[in-house]
Write a protein that binds this ligand. Sequence first.
Ligand code: ADP
Length: 582
Amino acid sequence: MGLSLRARLFIACALVALAALAAVTVLVAREQRGWLLQRHQESLERTARSLARDLPRAGGDWSETAHEWGGTVGLRVTLMAADGRVLGDSDVPVGRLPLIENHRGRPEMSEALAGRSGQAVRRSRTLGIEFLYVAVPAVDRDVAVLRVAEPLVAIASLQGSLLRLSLVAAAVALLLALAIAYWIAGRHAIRIRELEAVAAAVGRGDGGARARELPADELGRLGRAFNRMSAELRLRVDALERERDMRERIVAHLGDGVALVDRAGRVMHANQAFAALLGEPAPPAPGTPFQEFARAPELAELVRRVREGEKNPEAELRPWSAAGPRLLQATAGPLGAARGDAILLVLHDLTATEAANRVRQDFVANVSHELRTPLTSLRGYAETLLGGGLEDPEHREAFVRTIHDQAVRLEALIADLLSLAEIERPGARLRLATLDLREVVERQAASFRPRASAAGLTLHVEGGEAVPVRADRARIEQVIANLLDNALKYTERGEISVMIGGDAEHAWCEVVDTGHGIPHADQPRIFERFYRVDKARSREKGGTGLGLSIVKHIVQLHGGTVTVKSSPGQGSTFRFEIPRTH
Ligand code: ADP
């Protein structure tokens, strides 16, 4: 693991402080030495000049004078003649003086001989230790130059103690700098760690995590920029999530089945419709192998074909569901451009379309069949008449009557077909008006009464209050007429009674007959087009097989219901009920 930021900052600060203090200490030490030498030199020069002034008062034994003065001022005192001979030296016994080499060539001495004060720092060849020399010219009988010297050891010890002091100060300063560096590094590290924690929280999706913005230095500004970025991010993520949710809702509510299969053949997503169409209770969890969920070989084949590069292969499959066999159209396609991308499968339910097609085909077949019977009959009788029937006075009237009856039947059939087409037309509109249902029923009953009495039946409408209702008069008349027509057609004797009533919301009408009734098994089907219980009887009575389906459609258009109760041999009760306000 690398060094922590705190450690790095601290080490960097410490190194800088150390280097700065070391440089300062070295410079100070050098400066100190220069300053000390300067001070000593000045002091030596003053001493030398004052001794030089005392020379005339000295005895004449220069060696003794040098020793005496040396003892007094605590320095080495040298007296030199103009020719360079050393006349006396406080650090050299008198006996050794003749052995001392000529001092004329010493730099400080030659300076002094030239009339200026001379200085030098040098190891003494005479004594073997380092000295600071200061020489001044002396105006005396023998002595030309007076020189005082101080061993550097004295200065060095002073310098040493000064250096120690400097070092202690530097150490104290260093400690202080380190403490401050440690504190600053710590503070920065804490703030950076905070930023790191906030970034991690935002990464986990915690939208409320905020970085510190104060103090407003670089880190504060970084925190601020970070907060702005995370707010912006939140907004974008929210927008994306909303969009995703919306898309998921749309897909979930699609009637078509939609599934996404990844490159490993696992389901990434499937909607409810996809499961329902395949007869499964719920969509598979993401990650389920597709083949395990959708066992239809056609689907596996589609996936394979897409993998092989086919663009949008299609297939039809007929799975079984609780509601019976289904017809599904399956389409597959790659979601992206690359071959390994996810595959989108769409299942479209064609069961209803197929059923509707079948109903249409059945209807056309039925209509053709219904038309063919009277037409065949018409043609037959017309041919009979043409083939000599006209000459047959006994039968020709009966033939022409039959032709007339068949034409009437055809007319009725076509009228019913037109009515049905009109009612079933998409967007068929009702001409609503407020009408009294009782009054409408009574009028219809009145028009059927002659037919009833001709058949030996009574047609009775129970009296009562008016039953106002919002409805299409012509259509409701058609409903009542069809029900009364059926009651008369299928009742041999007895009576037909009609009751009308209503509550706050609904108006109803019941047509009760005492005819042969309808077997239970047929009751659910009599409202289908062309469905007849007894075909021969219906035809004989001029029925088209469409009357009740017209009734059902009109009542449904009014938002109502029609029901039948019947016991074979006892009679039937047809009841329709419509809302009072449409
Ligand atoms: P149709 O023109 O044949 O009467 P409908 O659609 O009106 O056609 O009736 C369908 C079938 O329902 C009839 O063929 C008949 O068998 C039966 N049906 C209708 N009304 C009655 C009724 N009141 N009594 C007995 N059977 C009836």
